[in-house]
Design a binder for this molecule. Sequence first.
Ligand code: SRM
Ligand code: SF4
Length: 574
Amino acid sequence: MADTTDRPSLSRNEGIKEASRGLRGGIAEGLNDVITGQLAEDDTQLTKFHGIYQQDDRDIRAERGRKKMEKAFSFMARVRVPGGQMTPAQWLALDDIAEERANGTLRITTRQAIQFHGIIKSNLRPAINSINTALLDTLAACGDVNRNVMCAVNPYQSAIHAAALKLSQDISDHLTPKTSAYHEIWVDGEKVAGADEVVEEPIYGRTYLPRKFKITVAVPPQNDVDVYAHDLSFVAVLDNGVIKGWDVLVGGGMGMTHGEPDTFPRTADHLGFCTTEQAVEVAEKVVIVQRDNGNRSVRKHARLKYTIETMGLDLFRSEVERHLGYSLGAAHVPVFAGRGDRYGWTEGDDGRWHVTLFIESGRVKDWPEKRLQTGMREIARMLEGSEGVIILSPNQNLMVANISTAQKPAVEALLAEHGMATSADSGLRRNAMACVALPTCGLALAESERYMPELLTALEGALDAAGLRQDEIVIRMTGCPNGCARPYLAEIAFVGRGPGTYNLYLGGSFAGERLNKLYRPDIGHDAILGALGPLFREYAEAREEEESFGDFVIRAGHIKPTTAGNTFHADITS
Ligand code: SRM
Ligand code: SF4
């Protein structure tokens, strides 16, 4: 018998995956149990692979606890939208689902997907079924698999952007799990009883990946997809305006845990270069090397970034090349200019029009002063059946693209009628992102989406005092250190510590190549303004030409630069 004494034990999730019969578990049976609004605990781990999270309304959790009531359970469903592209008809279908089955709003995520919140158990199967009827799905939107593949936002901008979208969709198709459980449970409900056919996963195997996996495709000089934050990125390399191939970056990631310095955000490394024909295969082999070498004992250390820290980049590369059977080319280092969306109207070379709308924190709903949801519904109805496309941006905004000159005035009229903004009135707000956090996120320590607009208004006052209202500064907030709005790559970031308190990080680079560093721990609203007001004034007075805020705070000695993920927690001066 083999000696297993010094082999680390597998994490609980590995056992759940192994025993799941191809991600089925007891999900189907749990959905039919009307006594409770929740699913069995192990099944809530499996539903993630189906794009579904069990949550409860944290605003009323304590009150229900006092009344000895079950938590107010509901589900979040994440729709996978590779490259963020959908037709107006699909938008309308999702809008209907939000109204009929969820909390009435749509949430654009930081990865170009759509989330529904507040779906009660009895609505879950009908909601997922309707998403599939609209030719979209939630499969692999979460879970230990490749997630929604992100892509540079506008494929109509150039042939290069169109090729980037094609690559992102090809990778997405190739890495989508093959399990038939998803369709059995959510789409062909009647087959569920006794269905046991377990499809062999050719890439993932029986226990899938050690942890989630995230891929982007970028076209410089825009880094809108934040390539350095991802497990794997492909960055277009151009030669005389045509694509020569793709730089391959690996091992980026954001998540960490407060107080555990062996967890840290990390910027991706440059692995090499491949051709367009090789790119899907390269993605597969990177996934396979992570599948076989990722840490399956400690989930906090299971992401690719830690695999690369442990193996070293050279060994990791040689493993990828061994699986490929050829060597990757030499990497070029891309030069990025920024990450923000190109707000407002732009005209393509072909005379078609595209408009990017500002959607604060990605929440599409009707506010008193701006009726975003109704306006988008009207625009989608108007464009339905035409070549118009709706695109979700990696910055939680919306683009309505491929509009003809004849359609443009009608879109403009609908935008005006519904008070929909094509930009925000400060450079800070234009470059802001906030994660969902409370009341739905079970991991939130502090508010984010609900607090960020108020904080931005207060900071705009400080910017006005310094004459900086229109300066572009990247600012991000998350309700906990998991990093869902990619905060550690912002010039200014807030990460929740507890109710009303945040860690303030400074010094990320404008285009997203450099991590920031902790500047002030555990501060609330007034202390945030007290910390940033003087820095804004100093920046206005002492910055060099074209110097970004993130670069300035380092040059002026307020914060040390973070040069690698594993030094993120070092050199903290405050
Ligand atoms: Fe995230 C977990 C929301 C992008 C890192 N994320 C969660 C959960 C599902 C909480 C949970 O596990 O119970 C959040 C649900 C909140 C809610 O109520 O909706 C959540 N993450 C989000 C979204 C919706 C934030 C947003 O405001 O848009 C984003 C959905 C993206 C999508 O469409 O797929 C989202 N999450 C990210 C990103 C950014 C990215 O991928 O570009 C990150 C950092 C990048 C990375 O993965 O390293 C991110 N989320 C995490 C982590 C930490 C992972 C880690 O390696 O440590 C968790 C916690 C976990 O996995 O255990 C998490
Ligand atoms: Fe929730 Fe934390 Fe992600 Fe925000 S960063 S959505 S609080 S897990």
